[in-house]
Each structure stands twice: as structure tokens, then as C-alpha cells.
Ligand binder design. Structure first.
Ligand SMILES: Cc1cc2nc3c(=O)[nH]c(=O)nc-3n(C[C@H](O)[C@H](O)[C@H](O)COP(=O)(O)OP(=O)(O)OC[C@H]3O[C@@H](n4cnc5c(N)ncnc54)[C@H](O)[C@@H]3O)c2cc1C
Length: 502
């Protein structure tokens, strides 16, 4: 096949890029941690990534100094949790088993456009009672309260059930968001998260190289304005914003579903398809704050503060002290306000990979929630820096002097993520990851199998099954759909592909 990628921005990689945001500081501007990339994509494309598991996994600073460090080693981890609550230390093992079991059920469903019925069937044989109901349809808060007694463990675990969502942890279905973040194997064992040497852009740069080496062509600053339909109402190609027309019998689109719909403006579509896409919730609530730091932040009560990286600097630094803290933050955004007290996940990649910053200096990426796309008072242009201050203040509370270390910063609220990465509403996953919008609903009923009402036009972005994150599964599934259709149309026999779809 002769293949061409047309990309609106001046770089490849979408929301999976590393950029020199400040002279000498290279930062993963949007996505910053890896776990979800499915093994099939790595092996079939021959990706060679240097992925390092985070150890400790996370550090949760305490307001009175010190904090909880979650090590990989089970004995060390148990000891650390026991200092907060003995009962929670015991519960953690069972918690982990619950998610390992659920993730194991979900993994085979990633590699084909699974329906909810197929998902339920995969869970039915499960030994863990009511597993599907709890880990897909339940609220993450309910599960956390069942397993843990301390506010801190409840908050920390619940935080993984709200990533990228406008929902708070008490919303049904947030358990699935946790599960979605627990199926990955790219950093080692199921559920582990790691970082990629060189930042997330190392992945997409390598994908681009592999694509070019296989004969593909990439054109940057080539925004698609519309998709052309030709004779027999089949895909005929695309029209670029510049007016240039490019003919193609097959078009695969990884823009989010709402942008995709806008590209199909000139095509007569079934009203059900249009209605289904129009109602997908795309309210973004994430603020990403990327900083150049003059040195390492000193966390109150922690040793080797500032002189060299300590465990507090090497994992994800999480501020999620309780379920109510997260719920209050979500409520603020639902009411049109940025949360006064933000949920934050911060990552200092240069502490593990010093080459990313000038000697003695550091990068800091903060992923924060919640701040709404639409503010009730003022505009993002007026309030961007004030909201950036709220994010850094949430961390400064535990690391006094942090803001004095900031030599440069970039604040990306939902409208900035929309503008920069083409994400409608600033939604980081191309639409909510709640169960109502998964399986045969993603992105539209009857059009969840990567095909669209326009023959020859396929959807391959994270608005399709199995959803967002740097996982590669939507792209691989869409490629398989293309190959399957070509094979059926032409009578050519292709070697069988791995995976569960017949
Ligand atoms: C702030 C943030 C933090 C995140 N953190 C993580 C994380 O730590 N780990 C993780 O796994 N995931 C994370 N994610 C999610 C992850 O980055 C996305 O799910 C992933 O990048 C989706 O890939 P995609 O190919 O579906 O779409 P995208 O990465 O959104 O790429 C879509 C591409 O289409 C292009 N495009 C759109 N419209 C047009 C057009 N009309 N013409 C031409 N080109 C067009 C865009 O420019 C873009 O390059 C994060 C996302 C964000 C925004």
C-alpha cells in the first residue's frame, strides 16, 4: 500500500511528544508516563523502547512532613502503608489481586472491537464475585472505602479512577477508569507504570521512523479540512485546509470523534451516527503545568532534600489526601470554577534521567484536575496563570519554596490542550472513559468496529475501542479492519492476524 500521514501540527506524535519547552529542558508536554502500550504493537512493529519502571511507584507527601512512599517491593510497601494503617497494609494485597484479576479479563478484549456483552462474558467465569459490576460499573470511591480505612489510601487509590474525567470518584463507572489504568504491561508486570528514556516523544519518533522505513510518507502542517466522498458514495480522499486535494481509496482518521464528524460535513450520514457522536461528553478538566526548575524541590521532613534525588523525587508525586478532597475538586469544576485545592500528579523525569535538563536543574510536569473548559467567571486567557498558581500551590504546601525554583513554566488548560493538540474540549482521552461511552458505544452505536457510514473511511484514534492512553490498540484494531475489508473485497488471501476477532 502507498500510505501518507497528514498531520495538522508541525510535529508528529499528537499528545505523545517530548519538546524543548525551555532552553535545555526537554519535557513530555502532554502524556508523560507509560504502561498501556499493548505488547502486540511493540512486537509487530519492532519498537525498541527503553522503558524503566517507576520505583518507588509514588510518593504522597504528608502535610506535617514526610509522606507515604509506595515501593515496588511488597515487603517495603507493606511496611510503608502500615505506618499509615495496619489494616490498609493488609488490604493492599487483596486490592492488587482484585485489579490483576480484572485486568487479566480485560486484556484480551483490547485487541478487537469488543462489545459490552463480550466483556461481561469474559468476566463471568471470574472467581471474583461481582467483578464486572464492581470494577467496570461501580464507583471507585465505593471500592476504596470497602478496602481501605485511611483517608490517604482511599484518596490515593481513588485518584486513578478519575484521571482525565469530569466525574468525581463517587460517580458510578469511575472504577472502570481505574481498570483502564491497570491493564498495561509496557513497563513490566501488569499495572506497572514507567517512563520512557527521552520522554514520550521517543515512542512516536520511533513509530515515525518505522513508518518511513516501510515506505510511508509524512506531511506536517497539512490539516485536513474535509473528507471527500466519490462515486458510489465511497471515500475518495481528503481536502486540506490549503485547498489541496489528495486522492485516496482508504482514509483512517485519529482525530477525536467530534472533529471527525466535522470533517464529514459534506457526506450524507445516518442521523443516529451524528446524534451518537454529538452527545459524547468532551468536557476537559485537566491542567498540565510544565516547569523548568533551578533545583530539586525540598519536601518537608524528607531527607536528602535538595542535594540529590531521594525516593520522593523518583516516583509520581501524588496529592490526593482523601476521597472528599477529590470529590470537592470535581464539584468545583462542575460548577464552572477551578478547584481551589487541586488533585496533582507530578513527575520529575530529570531526577531519573539528568540529560533532560541542564546540569543541576530539573524538569517538572504536573498533571492536575479539576479546572473546567468553560469558566463561569473570566476566560482562560485572563486566568491561565492564576490557575497555574493554584496547581503549584497544591504542591508547595508540601514542598515549601517550590515556586521559587521555577525558572520557566507553561500552563496548559483544556482550551490550550484543544488548541495545541486538537483535542475537542481539551478532553485528554477523546471522550469520557466511563462505561456508558465504551465498547459498542465508542464512538457510536453500530459504528464501533472502526468502520464508519462512509465505506473506506475508518476511525483509529482513542475515541474508538478500547479508548485513550498511549496504547496503540485503536490504531492496530483499525488497521486490522482495513486489512480484513481489503481481503474480503479483493479475494486476496492474507496471512492470519493474531487476536481474538474472527
Ligand atoms: C495532558 C495529557 C496527559 C496525558 N497523560 C498520559 C499519560 O501519562 N499516559 C498515557 O498513556 N496517556 C496519557 N494521555 C493520553 C494520551 O496522550 C492520548 O490518549 C493519546 O495521545 C491518544 O493518541 P491518538 O493517536 O488517539 O490521538 P492524539 O494523540 O490526540 O493525536 C491526534 C492527532 O491528530 C491530529 N489531527 C487532529 N485533527 C486533524 C486534522 N483535521 N488534520 C490533520 N491532523 C489532525 C492532531 O494534531 C494529533 O496529532 C495524556 C493526554 C494529555 C492531553
Amino acid at each position: 500500500m502507498k500510505t501518507l500521514i497528514v498531520e495538522r501540527s508541525d510535529r508528529v506524535g499528537g499528545a505523545c511528544v517530548t519538546e524543548e519547552l525551555f532552553p535545555g529542558f526537554r519535557i513530555s508536554t502532554a502524556s508523560y508516563s507509560l504502561s498501556l502500550l499493548i505488547p502486540e504493537v511493540v512486537s509487530e512493529l519492532g519498537l525498541e523502547l527503553d522503558v524503566r519502571v517507576k520505583d518507588p511507584e509514588l510518593f504522597a507527601p504528608h502535610p506535617d512532613g514526610g509522606g507515604l512512599t509506595l515501593w515496588r517491593d511488597p515487603a517495603r510497601r507493606r511496611e510503608a502503608i502500615a505506618a499509615v494503617s495496619k489494616s490498609d497494609a493488609e488490604a493492599y494485597g487483596r486490592w492488587d489481586e482484585l485489579w490483576q484479576e480484572a485486568a487479566g479479563r480485560l486484556q484480551p478484549l483490547l485487541a478487537f472491537p469488543a462489545t459490552r456483552k463480550q466483556a461481561r462474558r469474559a468476566f463471568r467465569r471470574s472467581e471474583v464475585e461481582r467483578l464486572f459490576k464492581r470494577t467496570v460499573d461501580g464507583s471507585i470511591a465505593e471500592l476504596c472505602e470497602e478496602y481501605f480505612e485511611s483517608d490517604l489510601m482511599q484518596g490515593l487509590m481513588a485518584s486513578q479512577g478519575i484521571i482525565g474525567s469530569a466525574a468525581g470518584p463517587r460517580t458510578p463507572g469511575t472504577a472502570y477508569i481505574y481498570l483502564h489504568h491497570a491493564f498495561g504491561q509496557a513497563a513490566g508486570e501488569t499495572g506497572q507504570w514507567g517512563f520512557v528514556r527521552g520522554g514520550m516523544g521517543a515512542i512516536t519518533a520511533q513509530l515515525a521512523d518505522i513508518f518511513r522505513a516501510a515506505g510511508g510518507e509524512i506531511r506536517l502542517e497539512a490539516e485536513v479540512a474535509s473528507v471527500k466522498a466519490g462515486a458510489k458514495r465511497r471515500t475518495a480522499g481528503v481536502v486540506l485546509r490549503s485547498g489541496e486535494e489528495i486522492d485516496a481509496t482508504i482514509v483512517c482518521c485519529n482525530a477525536d470523534p467530534k472533529r471527525t464528524l466535522a470533517l464529514l460535513d459534506d457526506v450524507r450520514l445516518p442521523p443516529e451516527f451524528v446524534e451518537d457522536v454529538e452527545v459524547i461528553p468532551m468536557q476537559g478538566t485537566v491542567v498540565k503545568v510544565n516547569c523548568a526548575l533551578g533545583g530539586l524541590p525540598r519536601f518537608a521532613g524528607m531527607e536528602n532534600g535538595g542535594d540529590g534525588p531521594g525516593p520522593q523525587h523518583l516516583g509520581t508525586i501524588t496529592v490526593a489526601p482523601s476521597i472528599d478532597y477529590l470529590e470537592d475538586a470535581a464539584r468545583a469544576a462542575a460548577e464552572g470554577r477551578p478547584a481551589e485545592e487541586m488533585f496533582c500528579e507530578a513527575w520529575i523525569q530529570s531526577a531519573s534521567e539528568p540529560e533532560l535538563a541542564p546540569a543541576g536543574k530539573h524538569t517538572l510536569s504536573v498533571f492536575a484536575q479539576y479546572a473546567p473548559y468553560e469558566l463561569q467567571e473570566g476566560t482562560w486567557a485572563e486566568r491561565r496563570e492564576e490557575i497555574g498558581d493554584l496547581v503549584l500551590t497544591a504542591l508547595e504546601r508540601y514542598a515549601p519554596g517550590l515556586t521559587d525554583l521555577v525558572e520557566g513554566r507553561q500552563v496548559l488548560g483544556p482550551p490550550d490542550l484543544e488548541e495545541r493538540f486538537g483535542l475537542t474540549g481539551g478532553n485528554i482521552f477523546h471522550g469520557e472513559l466511563l462505561p456508558e461511552w465504551l465498547f459498542e458505544k465508542r464512538p457510536a452505536t453500530t459504528w464501533h468496529r472502526h468502520r464508519s457510514p462512509l465505506p473506506g473511511f475508518y476511525m483509529c484514534g482513542s475515541g474508538t475501542h478500547p479508548g485513550g492512553g498511549v496504547c496503540g490498540a485503536p490504531g492496530r484494531n483499525a488497521a486490522r479492519a482495513v486489512v480484513a475489508d481489503l481481503t474480503a473485497d479483493s479475494g486476496i488471501s492474507m496471512p492470519p492476524l493474531q487476536g481474538a476477532e474472527g
